[in-house]
Ligand binder design. Sequence first.
Ligand code: 2AM
Ligand code: CA
Ligand code: CA
Ligand code: CA
Length: 278
Amino acid sequence: MAAISGLIRVMEKAARKAGGRLRRDFGEVEHLQVSRKGPSDFVSKADRAAERTIWDELRAARPDWGFLFEEGGSIEGDPDKPRFIVDPLDGTTNFLHGIPHFAISIAVQEPRLDGNKSINGGWGEVTAGLIYQPITDESFWAEKSRGAWLHDARLRVSSRRHLDESVIATGIPFQGHGNVAEWSRIYQALAPQVAGIRRFGSAALDLAWVAAGRYEGFWEADLKPWDTAAGCLLVREAGGFVSDWKGRSLPYCDSQILAGNDVLHSRIHKILANSLKS
Ligand code: 2AM
Ligand code: CA
Ligand code: CA
Ligand code: CA
């Protein structure tokens, strides 16, 4: 049984409150009003309302902590305290299209260290993460050295060892984001060798599902800390590997991601590295 900490409870309460709202708003035209941050980068009223709910809840519980929000940006807290990294709605495009696959992602990152400021402005390790899927009511969470969990069931990455029985998730570059030519080369090399490739449109859930052993692997580029912080901790705590596309297992997981169990992570990394060389 999981001994759920006070911190995870706080994060789950915030995610469930915002998630309940998203569930109610899902499919309601009024909440689909959108603005654009960039080409094909939509923000709906629902993203902002969810972020506001999470902010109210987390700030009340941890008033001196900092925040990094996808929509609202960064809010300084006490320099000796951690910060929350929040994606209030991962999978906005799905949400806006009535596709029931989106999530809330909340991570906790330890305070700035005196050391190397070039890595992520000197911020420390991610030590807690929670990804909540409002439609299925699934709450994936992890704490550093305490494992990854789905509610109170321990998660392990998939034990499949062969590419031909593996389902691999990815994120496909979309308008204004990512390198389609690079992605296509990787896809062409990988697709003939695997049982299936999936693109469901929420990087946070992709990582949670690698942790849960539903996918054997996942690769994507151009991700942001709010997409990946919680999910990378989940994969690692579930016994999996996360690196960038060079295969480097960075303490802070961002932008280029390659995740999987030990065997498949290294198999996919070889294919990925070869296809980018050619
Ligand atoms: P978002 O919904 O929070 O913006 C999947 O490729 C990742 O890219 C998702 O985590 C998603 O996060 C982000 N993304 C942003 N705009 C997207 C788009 N138009 N299509 C697909 N993903 C998008
Ligand atoms: Ca977005
Ligand atoms: Ca996102
Ligand atoms: Ca988002």
